[in-house]
Design a protein around this ligand. Structure first.
Ligand SMILES: C[S@@+](CC[C@H](N)C(=O)[O-])C[C@H]1O[C@@H](n2cnc3c(N)ncnc32)[C@H](O)[C@@H]1O
Length: 285
């Protein structure tokens, strides 16, 4: 069977397949739109366009309780009219990396790809070691997808990646934040410390909590503030895209896009408004 380059539709190919909720399709459609515009739009402007997927998964997922299959971020980025020049994939799970590498060989033979098995926060220097050195005669632009199940990206990882010219799509996962706020507030719990790259957030949050501030909004604002220290504009906050669960309409995550170039936001705005159903950032329940 062959993949259709204009679609995220996939099929059961016998290799390992993860399972996703129906709302994930919304995310994949937006990613598909974005990568399509980015990879084609930047083709003649940079010598090399690189794609990094820090939580790459296996490339194909089954929509829960259905017999439908979709491409996930790692293969969406390959199934394009003007694919990137080079791919770097990381996943902590051996069966994901193994299935993904076999799929890339099978459906996209000859594509330049590196696979790293491990925690992306620990492997970030290895990930960067695969990137070509940019120069005046070899311009490089990278798009990096950061899509964990929880708030599992460390700000330090973002800081390290920022040595290179890079646009980011970061998924801010709220199930983790909402459920575990009472745990993360404890000084010995490091999840948010690592996510924001400091331990000072607690003081600020304790004051805001008294005013019934939304924890998700607080974390989103704080994360964008940290990205601003790396030179990214606050546009990410104004252009976030919310994904809600299909059955209960619960806020699951926001997609936050970061670029140092306004053209990046032009592509991102086209992708999020061209995407299906939900249209804008909102934090109210
Ligand atoms: C939300 S899922 C996959 C997201 C994927 N981008 C997609 O499009 O479906 C997260 C993946 O991250 C992997 N993972 C979890 N923690 C990780 C870590 N610290 N570093 C790298 N991969 C990790 C899991 O094995 C899983 O495949």
């Amino acid at each position: 069977m062959n993949l259709n380059p204009n679609s995220i539709e996939a099929f059961d190919d016998g290799l390992y397949i993860s399972e996703v909720g129906p709302w994930a399709e919304n995310k994949y459609e937006i990613l598909h739109h974005y990568s399509h515009m980015f990879s084609t739009g930047m083709k003649n402007l940079f010598n090399q366009r690189i794609y990094i997927d820090l939580f790459s998964s296996a490339g194909i997922a089954n929509i829960r309780n259905s017999n439908r299959f979709v491409l996930t971020s790692s293969l969406i980025a390959l199934n394009l009219p003007d694919p990137y020049d080079h791919y770097v994939y990381c996943d902590i799970d051996e069966k994901c990396i193994s299935a993904l590498s076999q799929r890339v060989e099978r459906y996209f033979p000859g594509k330049k790809a590196n696979y790293i098995k491990g925690d992306c926060n620990e492997k970030v220097n290895e990930i960067l070691s695969f990137l070509p050195k940019p120069s005046k005669s070899n311009t490089v632009l990278t798009f990096c997808v950061v899509d964990p199940y929880n708030l599992g990206i460390n700000f330090n990882t973002m800081r390290t990646l920022n040595k290179y010219r890079m646009d980011f799509l970061v998924l801010l996962s709220w199930m983790d934040a909402n459920r575990n706020e009472y745990i993360y507030i404890k000084p010995e719990e490091k999840r948010i410390d690592d996510f924001l790259g400091d331990i000072e957030w607690r003081k600020k949050w304790i004051a805001l909590k008294k005013e019934n501030y939304d924890f998700r909004k607080f974390l989103a604002e704080e994360f964008v503030n940290r990205m601003m220290t790396l030179g990214y504009p606050d546009t990410a906050f104004k252009t976030m895209f919310e994904i809600r669960s299909t059955a209960k309409n619960l806020s699951l995550y926001h997609l936050a896009f970061f670029s140092k170039d306004q053209k990046g936001y032009k592509f991102w705005n086209d992708a999020r408004f061209g995407g299906p159903s939900q249209t804008s950032f909102r934090f109210e329940e």
